[in-house]
Design a binder for this molecule. Structure first.
Ligand SMILES: [Zn+2]
Length: 395
C-alpha cells in the first residue's frame, strides 16, 4: 500500500502531469527570483561604482585672518563659492570635522611649540607675528587644529571605507610648518599629521605624499626625513622660498631615498610637469607601493599666481591631478586625499579646486577660464633635472 503524505492528492498519470507542471512553475519562479536578485545586485554595484568623495571643510577656517596678507580668509571663501554654486559640494559627502587632539599633533611637533601656540590663544593681542610672514591671532591655534582635523576626517572616511577618495579644503596651510616653529603662512603640519594619523589609527604602513605646491614643502620633508614609511615627492621652483629642496637631499638613515626633490627653474609649465609625473613620480610610486596617497595641492605654480614664476595652466594642473587619481587607482584602491596648501590668484585657486572635485567625482569636466600663459615663451628644458633625479634615485 502506497503511503501518502497528508494533503497530497496526486495519483496516477494526471497526478504526475500536475506534479511536472508544479515543478516547472516552481523552477520559473526561482529563475525569476534569481534574475530579480541579479538585477538588484547589478543596480547596487552600479550605485557603488559612482565615486563617493569625502569633502572636509569648516566655517571656522575664516577666523584665522589678516586682511592684506596673501594668505587671507578670502581664499577659502572663493573655493567654497566655486564648489557650492556648481552643486559640487552637494554631490560630495560632508565630513564632520573635529580639532586634531594634542597627542596626535605631538607625533610631528615639539610640545614647547604647541605651548607657544596655546599661549597666543590666551592673549588679547590681535595679531602675533611668528616669523617674517606668518601671523597668528588668538583663534589661530584652534583653527589650525581644525585644519589638521579636516585632513584626519577625510582620511577616516576613505580608510574607513565610507568614501572612495577625499578633499580637505582647509587653512591655514601646513607644509612649511616645522616641528618646533611656524613658517611660511603655516602653523601645523596638516598633511604630516594626517599621514601619521593614517598609520596609527588605521595601521597603514606606507603613505606617499606628493607636494605640487610651487614652494618646497620643507616642513613635511623635515617630519619624515629619516622615515622609510612615508615617501615625500616635491616639485618646486628653485632657487626660491624657502631655499630648501635640493635634488641631492634624499633623506637620512633608514629614510635615505624616501625624499625625492625635483627643483625646477622658473618658467616650467604643463609639458614639464607632465613629463616629471610620467618619468619620476609614477616609477617612484610604483616602486614604493603606497597604501594611501596624500597630495599637498598648491595652485601657486599657476602662471597667474602673484607670488611665483612657474607657468602651469589649470589644464596642466588637471592633468597631474588625474594622473595622481589614476596612480591611486592602480596602486592603492583609489585611496587619495587632496589637501589645500597655497595658491594666491583667487580664480586659479578656486577653479583648481573645482577641477579637483570634478576629477575625484569621476567627471570629465575641466574649467580653465584663464587659459595658457599668454607670453608665448618656451618652457626651459626639463630633461636634465629628470635625468638627474632618475639617476640619484635609481628610477
Ligand atoms: Zn606655496
Amino acid at each position: 500500500m502506497r503511503t501518502q503524505a497528508p494533503g497530497t492528492f496526486i495519483i496516477g498519470s494526471f497526478g504526475r502531469h500536475l506534479q511536472a507542471r508544479v515543478f516547472v512553475s516552481t523552477i520559473k519562479i526561482i529563475y525569476r527570483l534569481v534574475a530579480l536578485f541579479v538585477i538588484i545586485s547589478a543596480f547596487g554595484f552600479i550605485q557603488d561604482g559612482c565615486l563617493t568623495t569625502a569633502y572636509a571643510t569648516h566655517p571656522r577656517y575664516t577666523e584665522h585672518d589678516l586682511p592684506g596678507h596673501p594668505e587671507h580668509a578670502g581664499r577659502i571663501r572663493a573655493v567654497w563659492r566655486q564648489l557650492e554654486e556648481l552643486g559640487l559640494a552637494a554631490r560630495m559627502k560632508a565630513v564632520e570635522v573635529h580639532p586634531a587632539y594634542r597627542d596626535l599633533l605631538l607625533t610631528v611637533h615639539m610640545p614647547q611649540y604647541l605651548d607657544i601656540l596655546a599661549w597666543i590663544e590666551g592673549t588679547q593681542h590681535r595679531i602675533v607675528h611668528l616669523d617674517a610672514d606668518t601671523y597668528a591671532c588668538p583663534t589661530s591655534y584652534e583653527v589650525a587644529q581644525l585644519a589638521a582635523g579636516g585632513i584626519v576626517g577625510a582620511i577616516n572616511e576613505v580608510l574607513g571605507g565610507r568614501a572612495d577618495n577625499g578633499l580637505a579644503v582647509v587653512r591655514p596651510p601646513g607644509h612649511h610648518a616645522l616641528p618646533n616653529h611656524a613658517m611660511g603662512f603655516c602653523l601645523l603640519g596638516n598633511i604630516a599629521i594626517g599621514a601619521r594619523y593614517a598609520q596609527r589609527a588605521h595601521g597603514i604602513s606606507r603613505v606617499l605624499i606628493v607636494d605640487f605646491d610651487v614652494h618646497h614643502g620643507n616642513g613635511t620633508e623635515a617630519m619624515f626625513y629619516d622615515d622609510d614609511t612615508v615617501l615625500f615627492v616635491s616639485t618646486h621652483q628653485s632657487p626660491f622660498y624657502p631655499g630648501t629642496g635640493h635634488i641631492s637631499d634624499t633623506g637620512t638613515g633608514k629614510g635615505r631615498g624616501y625624499t625625492i626633490n625635483i627643483p625646477l627653474s622658473a618658467g616650467h609649465g604643463d609639458s614639464s610637469y607632465a613629463r616629471i609625473f610620467e618619468e619620476v613620480v609614477w616609477p617612484a610610486a610604483r616602486r614604493f607601493q603606497p597604501e594611501l596617497i596624500l597630495v599637498s595641492a598648491g595652485f601657486d605654480a599657476h602662471w597667474a599666481d602673484p607670488l611665483a614664476q612657474m607657468r602651469l595652466s589649470l589644464t596642466g594642473y588637471d592633468h597631474i591631478t588625474r594622473e595622481l587619481i589614476k596612480m591611486a587607482s592602480e596602486l592603492c584602491g583609489g585611496k587619495i586625499v587632496f589637501v589645500m596648501e597655497g595658491g594666491y590668484h583667487l580664480d586659479a585657486l578656486s577653479h583648481g579646486w573645482r577641477n579637483i572635485a570634478h576629477a575625484l567625482l569621476g567627471d570629465q569636466e575641466i574649467s580653465d577660464p584663464l587659459g595658457p600663459p599668454q607670453d608665448g615663451r618656451q618652457e626651459p628644458n626639463v630633461r636634465p633635472v629628470i635625468e638627474q633625479t632618475r639617476k640619484i634615485h635609481g628610477l
